[in-house]
Ligand binder design. Structure first.
Ligand SMILES: Nc1ncnc2c1ncn2[C@@H]1O[C@H](COP(=O)(O)OP(=O)(O)OP(=O)(O)O)[C@@H](O)[C@H]1O
Length: 245
């Protein structure tokens, strides 16, 4: 039995009249690949935004590894061990892959001084992640000249520089070609085997079903089902709400 990594209780967030999260209570276990799925607009990204302190929930609680992070800033959430990527991936388009990865750990440096300000060990670590993610050949290429999938891998390399214990991925497969998709799936499983917990928001059901240990299904701002892929595949509420059958 693995222990709890991330838990929310009664998380609620409305934007004007739109209730994005409606008392969402979710628990993700440490050491697992978790997926959060659901129809468009069901509150998945808002959930990530609340959990990571990017927006403040109207009510409810978020607990990470036993610690209340409900009101923590994004910086404090990252410091607590949670890293995240974004649906519309966030990289600096005019910076090289290496500088992007370095900037992810210490943002704010002037581009020209960036590399000079870093220790050799940090540069080696950045190169190491680029290699691990299979984009070392792009080390000096500006992000804007990379494919969408390569930019996603670059963003992930930046997130991994902080050595997060838990990684939230927002649509890692969105717009990515099938070859890179396989690599992303394989990487998630590898990084998980090394001890990292994942929570993945994803619409690509083949990927979700092949890499997840546990799936939570959202509908209208709250979970309607959860379980392993074998259970979720045949859950009637899921088929009705999400798969439209
Ligand atoms: N900043 C915002 N201002 C107003 N409404 C918002 C805002 N962010 C999200 N919403 C609304 O909240 C609801 C949930 O959106 P959210 O992006 O969390 O859903 P999602 O499940 O991530 O959707 P998708 O799968 O399409 O990314 C939607 O109705 C959306 O329009």
């Amino acid at each position: 039995m693995t222990d709890q990594a991330l838990r929310t209780e009664g998380l609620t967030k409305a934007f004007g009249g739109v209730v994005a999260l409606d008392g969402a209570g979710v628990a993700f276990r440490h050491g697992q690949v978790n997926a959060l799925i659901g129809p468009n607009g069901s509150g998945k990204t808002t959930f990530f935004n609340c959990v990571t302190g990017m927006i403040r929930a109207d009510s409810g609680r978020t607990v990470y590894r036993g610690r209340d992070i409900t009101r923590a800033t994004p910086h404090a959430v990252a410091h607590a061990g949670i890293g995240r990527t974004f649906q519309l991936c966030r990289v600096f388009p005019r910076m090289s892959a290496l500088d992007n990865v370095l900037a992810a750990v210490r943002p704010g440096g002037v581009l020209g001084r960036l590399r000079g300000a870093r220790g050799r060990a940090e540069v080696d670590r950045a190169r190491g992640w680029l290699t691990r993610l299979g984009i070392e050949h792009l080390v000096d290429v500006e992000a804007r000249n990379m494919s969408w999938g390569q930019q996603k891998l670059l963003e992930l390399a930046g997130v991994l520089m902080s050595d997060p214990e838990t990684v939230l991925l927002d649509e890692p497969a969105g717009g990515v070609n099938p070859a890179l998709l396989d690599r992303i799936g394989g990487l998630v499983r590898e990084l998980n085997a090394e001890g990292r917990t994942f929570v993945i928001v994803e619409h690509n059901m083949d990927l979700v079903m092949s890499i997840s240990d546990h799936i939570v299904v959202f509908d209208r701002g709250r979970p309607i089902a959860e379980g392993p892929p074998s259970v979720i595949r045949s859950d009637e509420r899921v088929l009705g709400a999400y798969l439209g059958v």
